[in-house]
Design a protein around this ligand. Structure first.
Ligand SMILES: Cc1cc2nc3c(=O)[nH]c(=O)nc-3n(C[C@H](O)[C@H](O)[C@H](O)COP(=O)(O)OP(=O)(O)OC[C@H]3O[C@@H](n4cnc5c(N)ncnc54)[C@H](O)[C@@H]3O)c2cc1C
Ligand code: SF4
Length: 462
């Protein structure tokens, strides 16, 4: 019977209204909606959803507690596996992970695991519940570099088994991409991100901001002079890629990273701040991932008419489906099978247009996706004032270049084994810095694995 109930869809801000503000698009579930949605779960004996969750949350158990209106128990179960549930419930690509393998999805719509996780995390926050634990100190000190999801997860997993953990963060804000990348309308900074980090701080994790490891202090100084017993590097992949085409250095061209950081951290969208950003009357965003969707929807909210230019088709768009649907509802234009070849300058050295070529799909490339093939003589111009490049990012080489013997690969990622151990004893790494740009939950999974490896390493070296 249970699976006959249709999936409960979460309410959202109307598209016409939300493009005029930066408030969260999705309202999430009410308690009644959450209970109804939770009642759809079959509580499978071999739950496929758990296997496909990178942190293996006991999904059927927390959902069954929601169905029984036992919200405290449900929140406690989620907290055993994740210290960032309100974040994950909002931004994880559930459709390709837990929900992607939910048994109900075979004939029907899968259980809305993400929305239920979000509901229970928000409910715990609204009821001032914090389930994160702290333990008696074992006297060992760990330095975590970077306060993104990898660093935060590694820090919490270590603090809860007795380690004394200090996170060193280059920026003045903590949270990594959660704070400076993903926009407010998808992930509220104060209520959600800052709150989950505050909970973590209550467990004793110390956070030092405005410290660039590799510049202010080197990793070796953390070990030799500051006497940390081990170091975890979770510095992400914040270095933007460009196309290397003519005109990329014109005024009005920027990376999505710069654009989003200025919008998020410097509150460029808020007229009360002295740090505005120029989004132009028209903006072109190049790329098709989550970053491209975020940049496009931010530019739209700043008053631009936005076109996303992508060289493959909608089928190959790497962004989350939900984000693409939201972008379309909001009026973002998509120019598919289109590849820029030059950015054209006006008489004042600013962008005037972007010259593109049309493509068709050829044979699959190494990623398994059909590769774009340029159609000869197909050049055309799109008039625009701003071009935002959202072509992916790679790790900043600063730490690798200042830490002798720390091996990196051809993509500048730190080389680690399956546990997060680097080529240097006592130095561990994980998240985007080791994999290249990936997802929040994979970074969290990597932080967890490395915390286990650090514990094992320090126990072996007693
Ligand atoms: C715009 C955008 C949208 C995204 N949307 C999604 C999404 O919807 N769902 C999803 O799952 N993933 C999304 N991602 C990807 C996801 O955010 C990342 O995969 C994830 O944040 C990686 O976590 P991390 O901890 O490895 O690194 P980061 O989150 O990048 O954190 C690294 C931290 O290290 C700090 N740091 C860097 N160098 C140093 C140094 N030398 N010293 C001290 N600190 C340093 C940085 O300032 C940063 O705070 C998105 C990414 C972007 C950019
Ligand atoms: S696979 Fe779907 S139905 Fe089964 S336990 Fe997981 S969420 Fe529930």
């Amino acid at each position: 019977m249970a699976n006959k109930i249709p999936r409960v869809h979460a309410r959202e801000q109307d598209a016409k209204i939300r493009i005029t503000n930066f408030d969260e698009v999705c309202y999430g579930y009410s308690a009644d909606e959450a209970i109804l949605e939770a009642s759809r779960c079959l509580n499978c004996k071999n739950p496929r959803c758990v296997n496909d969750c990178p942190v293996n949350i006991d999904i059927p158990e927390f959902i069954s507690q929601i169905a029984k209106n036992n919200f405290v128990q449900a929140a406690g179960i989620v907290a055993q596996y994740s210290s960032l549930p309100a974040v994950c419930g909002r931004v994880c690509p559930q459709e390709t992970q837990c929900e992607g393998s939910c048994i109900l999805g075979i004939k029907n719509e899968p259980v809305a695991i993400g929305k239920l996780e979000r509901f229970i995390a928000d409910w715990a926050r609204e009821n001032n519940l914090n389930f994160l634990e702290k333990a008696q100190s074992n006297g060992k000190r760990i330095a975590v570099v970077g306060s993104g999801p990898a660093g935060l997860t590694c820090a919490y997993d270590l603090v809860k088994i007795g380690y004394d953990v200090t996170i060193f963060e280059a920026l003045h804000e903590t949270g990594g991409v959660l704070a400076y990348g993903i926009p407010e309308f998808r992930l509220p900074k104060k209520t959600v991100v800052a709150h989950e980090i505050e909970n973590l701080k209550k467990t004793g994790v110390k956070i030092e901001t405005n410290i660039i490891i590799g510049r202010t202090l080197r990793v070796d100084q953390l070990l030799d002079e500051e006497k940390f017993d081990a170091v975890f590097i979770g510095t992400g992949a914040g270095l933007p890629k460009f196309m290397n085409i003519k005109g990329e250095n014109l005024n009005g061209v920027m990376s999505a990273n710069e654009f989003l950081t200025r919008a998020n951290l410097m509150k460029a969208f808020d007229q009360n701040y002295d740090t505005p950003i120029y989004a132009g009357k028209k903006a072109v965003v190049v790329g098709g991932g989550n970053v491209a969707m975020d940049a496009a929807r931010t530019a739209l909210r700043l008053g631009s008419e936005v076109t996303v230019v992508y060289r493959r088709t909608e089928v190959e768009l790497p962004a989350r489906r939900e984000e693409v649907i939201h972008a379309k509802e909001e009026g973002i234009n998509f120019s598919m099978l289109t590849n820029p070849v030059e950015i054209i300058e006006n008489e004042k050295g600013w962008v005037k247009a972007i010259r593109c070529v049309r493509c068709k799909l050829g044979e699959p490339d190494s990623s398994g996706r059909r590769s774009p093939v340029i159609i000869p003589d197909s050049e055309f111009n799109i008039e625009t004032d701003v071009v935002i490049m959202a072509l992916g990012t790679s790790p900043n080489p600063l730490i690798a270049s200042t830490t002798e013997g720390l091996q990196i690969n051809k993509y500048k990622c730190i080389v680690v084994d399956s546990e997060g151990q680097t080529s240097r004893k006592g130095i561990f790494a994980g998240g985007d810095v080791a994999t290249g740009a990936a997802t929040v939950i994979l970074a969290m999974g990597a932080g967890r694995k490395a915390a286990n490896a650090i514990d094992k390493y320090l126990n072996q070296n007693k």
